[in-house]
Write a protein that binds this ligand. Structure first.
Ligand SMILES: Nc1ncnc2c1ncn2[C@@H]1O[C@H](COP(=O)(O)OP(=O)(O)OP(=O)(O)O)[C@@H](O)[C@H]1O
Length: 254
């Protein structure tokens, strides 16, 4: 069943003014439950705007968007941003619990389980200032999964981290995802990252249209050392280069 359905979505900023600009143009796609979908594309093509519309932070101009949960209750969303947005005066565990509706035993156990999955059980009583940037982002990821959302939105969660830390976190995210099978929409500039993590990659092009919707059919876990992963990464990059050429873009696409 589709958790997220987007139909003919358009977004124009500053409607009715001389500064009006259409950023998303007739976007349609579905995200089925338990799939990991990445949105990639060059800077300014509308990736974050799309994510903001899905999350409800931004309104769309026309089209439809719907979210469904298995239970029939209102769908719950979780978020992971570029920065982990932890409250500095709360411990790691209190940050984990801050976003939870309940403090019951099962909820606490779930928070502990996800903290354990990111290897931070020993740091539960630390404050964010006592953790590295990568550790803080691991708390942010564990916190979002611990809410057990119907849809988890991730906006370039590794873009502020160094390459080695980002690689470690991608491996960890793959492991958590394999165990939880949450439905994820993940925005990234990085095609290499998208191929490693995703079941599908939706490529946006300048002008805010879908260029391609690519299925990534590779066994998991996917590691950079696997030649099949590297081959597909090169293939998808080549397809993006074609798109770049069609739009006469000179800057790197991803
Ligand atoms: N609140 C706003 N008002 C007017 N224009 C906006 C607003 N927010 C975004 N835009 C414009 O919409 C376009 C798409 O922006 P968006 O941030 O969605 O792109 P992106 O693909 O996420 O870019 P990047 O990869 O650089 O983060 C850009 O031209 C941006 O200037």
């Amino acid at each position: 069943m589709a958790v997220l359905t987007v139909n003919n979505l358009c977004k124009t900023f500053n409607v009715g003014t001389p500064r009006a600009s259409r950023v998303l143009n007739d976007i349609s796609f579905e995200v089925k439950g338990q799939t990991f979908v990445s949105i990639v594309g060059p800077s300014g093509c509308g990736k974050s705007t799309l994510l903001n519309i899905i999350s409800g932070v931004e309104e769309h101009t026309s089209g439809d968007i719907s979210l469904t949960s298995d239970s029939g209750a209102p769908a719950r969303m979780g978020y992971v941003f570029q920065d982990p947005r932890l409250l500095p005066w709360r411990s790691v565990m209190k940050n984990m619990m801050y976003v939870q509706d309940s403090r019951d035993e099962a909820t606490v156990a779930r928070a502990r389980k996800y903290l354990d999955m990111v290897g931070l059980t020993k740091n539960a009583d630390f404050f964010p200032g006592q953790l590295s940037g990568g550790m803080q982002q691991r708390v942010g990821i564990a916190r979002a999964f611990a809410v057990e959302p119907d849809l988890l939105l991730m906006d370039e969660p590794f873009s502020h981290l160094d390459a080695i830390t980002a690689r470690g976190l991608r491996a960890q995210l793959q492991d958590i995802w394999a165990q939880s099978k949450k439905t994820v929409v993940f925005v990234t500039h990085d095609v290499v990252e998208a191929v490693e993590l995703s079941d599908r990659i939706i490529v946006l092009q300048p002008g805010g249209r879908i260029f391609e919707d690519i299925t990534i059919d590779l066994p998991r876990p996917r590691r950079q050392s696997d030649p099949r992963v590297a081959t597909l990464q090169a293939e998808v990059l080549a397809r993006l280069e074609t798109m770049k050429a069609a739009h006469h873009m000179s800057e790197p696409v991803a």
